[in-house]
Design a protein around this ligand. Structure first.
Ligand code: SAM
Length: 709
């Protein structure tokens, strides 16, 4: 069936699956994430009130992500235990605190005293336990540092301080440090120093602080032009971030902390950030409005943005002084321990802001059951199934069979086809020959028999399956159900079976996440030999769809493999942390039966994706693919986002990565080309971007990724 003349992606072949395997038998993919923050609850009951420790924003059904935790930005204070206990007891989960005394400048320490001098850090490492440092403190690097300053002394001082502070933070095993926003548009020296540090960094993440600003090109005259006629470039802080991370070669430990201000950029441009590695959103107290009762609240747009942050596991950090004067008598009173705790918590200056964030978090719709089930698969790359070349395992069939929505759609399609084929008056005298090709363990046989019962049509079924293991199950199913008179099992590849009679209806489900990627076209071309000339194929057609996406998470996961092969492979993945940059477009369509004289399943498509100017510039890490299948007439089934069949979980999208991310300037079109290529032993895709830049053609000759015939 296949030759070993091309590279098999070793280690994958056996664990490849299109759909989720039984999660009980799989290691949870989420456990491979480097860490989550905070890692574990604070452990020292002596100095803090334990009942206030780790106080997630509340319990939102199903959400166990990092966004349950809320931090607070603090000023420098050399009494770290006090700062931490005040904030933890005040209801926060972690602090973002300066590590170094802000007046310190390396050049002010003279050479003579340098050797003996002690750096002015906020206390010794012993003032907190290692677990406290790493679970509850994000280091805030001095905000005065300016590595691209024209002033040599300031620049050199900045470099020294940055290195000293990050070395100290590493020594403390902090999980993250907040880097100050680059001072100007030029940030090359800053990025160079950070990049050097990243090369030898432990697991610590560096959060680059970026204000969430984008002046809207058309609306904002103040930015576009000045009275003296000079044109000023509109500001988009995403560009600053993009330059910085390009300079740092998209390092996976470099991420973003967004400063959320009182005015927000357009919704479209905000969406870009969800594909970026945003770890925290710093919300300033002066971004809050005042509600009718005098308490802080956020505008509708801010609320929506925060819901997005929660959904994408981005942690909120509150920053600033209290700017609301709370109504007199708002402090809780009482005598019990709970009241004492509440009072203590209420003493935190910005507790009412935290309460409001907690309220927004709890207000979110709980995750539907299916989403909760799929949580561990979010952004986890899987190799697509090869159901033709490989024999699927029992647990893979079991997962298929749990998706009742899929079989309901098939049953509806078969019912409609039966009624169209046999008028009521012939129902009791005519037997319809129906063949399930690729019957697996029999769910489509069952759906077809149920359709016959529902419509009162008589059926003779052939169940054709090439996997001998599934055939064993088919036999026992037929016996168990007493279908011996109706169902004939054929253990054979449909492409070479010589059928004893022709079929009225051919039912199959050989669809991959990208429609044709499990070789349904090739199999059904072989099977249509035994379909009557006026016979019906269910599905009657299917179309793949594709759209460009920003997904730094997936890009970095592919990059981890450090080889070409992984950048030229399409993955099945439950897409989550991504920005969809343009609506999806149809790619390849296959129709069955196909009686054209020279059937060719090779395809080529050139697509142009447009994005509104107001989105701003963006980066494309790859393309998300989907399919939609017409089973029969108006009965369809698919995962294309705008028409997806609700509650169907058999397919995750497919992801075609790009070897190098492509920068697309605001308003510029993106041209993508894709080929479906067919050889004697394999089918594969090749793809590339041709505008605004030209990428290499990925997967030339199917050298990295192919589907075996
Ligand atoms: C995606 S599974 C679907 C199984 C089942 N119909 C269901 O819906 O659960 C596709 C099935 O088709 C079988 N298959 C794939 N290519 C085949 C071929 N050329 N001839 C016969 N069976 C094939 C596979 O072994 C597998 O059992």
């Amino acid at each position: 069936m296949k030759q070993a003349d091309f590279v098999i992606p070793l280690n994958w072949k056996n664990d490849s699956f299109r759909q989720i395997k039984n999660p009980k038998t799989l290691a949870n993919p989420a456990s491979s994430f480097p860490f989550s923050f905070p890692v574990k609850p604070y452990q020292n009951p002596e100095s803090f009130n334990l009942s206030k420790i780790i106080m997630p924003l509340g319990d939102n059904l199903g959400d166990k992500s990092d966004s349950r935790y809320c931090g607070v930005e603090t000023d420098f204070n050399d009494d770290m235990p006090h700062v931490l206990s005040y904030n933890i007891n005040g209801g926060f989960d972690f602090i973002v605190a300066p590590l170094m005394e802000p007046g310190y400048r390396p050049s002010l320490i003279n050479t003579a005293s340098r050797e003996s001098s002690v750096l002015p850090f906020a206390g010794s490492d012993l003032v907190l336990s290692p677990a406290q440092w790493s679970s509850h403190v994000v280091g805030k690097i001095s905000s005065w540092i300016d590595l691209d300053s024209e002033d040599d002394v300031l620049r050199e001082d900045s470099e020294t301080a940055l290195k000293q502070e990050l070395a100290w933070a590493s020594h403390l095993s902090l999980q993250a440090c907040l880097l100050p926003t680059p001072k100007g548009n030029s940030c090359a020296n800053y990025a160079r120093c950070v990049n050097q540090i990243l090369q030898n960094l432990n697991n610590m993440q560096l959060w680059l602080r970026i204000p969430l600003v984008k002046s809207d090109d058309e609306d904002d005259d103040s930015v576009n032009g000045t009275s003296d006629g000079m044109v000023v470039e509109p500001t988009d802080s995403w560009e600053l971030w993009n330059s910085f991370r390009e300079l740092c070669e998209h390092h996976s430990q470099l991420s973003v902390a967004l400063d959320v201000l009182s005015s927000l950029p357009s919704v479209n441009s905000l969406g870009r950030w969800f594909g970026e590695p945003v770890k925290a959103a710093i919300v300033h107290t002066d971004s809050f409005l005042t509600n009718a009762r005098g308490y802080p609240c956020l505008s509708k747009r801010h609320q929506k943005l925060l819901s997005g942050f929660f959904y994408f596991s981005i942690q909120i950090v509150l920053s600033g002084k209290a700017v609301h004067k709370l109504p007199v008598g708002s402090l809780p009173s009482g005598s019990g321990q709970a009241d004492n705790n509440a009072q203590q918590a209420q003493k935190h200056e910005i507790r009412s802001y935290l309460d409001y964030v907690g309220y927004l978090y709890q207000k979110m719709e709980p995750l539907p059951e299916q989403e909760r089930f799929e949580l561990g698969y979010r952004d986890f790359l899987q190799s697509p199934l090869q159901p033709l070349m490989d024999n699927l395992e029992a647990q893979t069939y079991e997962t298929f069979e749990k998706d009742s929505v899929k079989y309901i759609q098939y049953q509806r399609a078969v019912s409609k086809a039966l009624v169209d084929r046999i008028p009521d008056e012939n129902a009791s005298t005519t037997t319809v020959i129906l063949m399930v090709v690729g019957a697996g363990r029999g769910p489509l046989v069952r759906a077809s028999l149920q359709a016959a019962e529902e419509t009162g049509r008589k059926l003779k079924v052939y169940a054709v399956e090439k996997n001998p293991n599934a055939v064993v199950t088919l036999h026992s199913l037929v016996k168990l159900e007493g279908w011996e008179d109706v169902v004939t099992i054929i253990s054979c590849d449909m492409r070479c079976w010589e059928a004893p009679e022709k079929a009225d209806i051919l039912v199959s489900e050989l669809l991959g996440s990208f429609g044709d990627n499990e070789l349904s076209p090739e199999c059904l071309d072989g099977a249509q030999r035994f379909l009557k000339p006026d016979g019906i194929s269910i599905p009657s057609s299917y179309t793949s769809f594709i759209q460009p996406v920003t997904t730094s998470k997936l890009y970095n996961d592919v990059k981890l493999h450090k080889d070409l092969l992984h950048f030229e492979t399409a993955y099945v993945v439950k897409l989550h942390r991504l920005a969809k940059l343009s609506p999806s477009q149809a790619v390849f369509t296959f129709t069955h039966p196909n009686y054209s004289p020279n059937i060719s399943n090779q395809r080529y498509k050139k697509l142009r994706f447009e994005t509104p100017v107001e989105t701003g510039s963006f980066i494309v890490h790859g393309f998300a693919g989907y399919f939609d299948a017409i089973l029969y007439k108006d009965v369809h089934l698919g995962i294309e986002p705008s028409t997806a069949t609700p509650n169907m979980f058999s397919w995750f999208p497919i992801f075609f990565p790009l070897r190098s991310p492509v920068y697309v300037k605001a308003g510029s079109p993106l041209d993508f080309q894709i080929w479906r290529c067919c050889g004697n032993t394999k089918v594969w895709y090749e793809w590339c971007v041709t505008s605004p830049t030209v990428s290499p053609i990925h997967n030339c000759n199917g050298r990295s990724y192919w589907v075996g015939l």
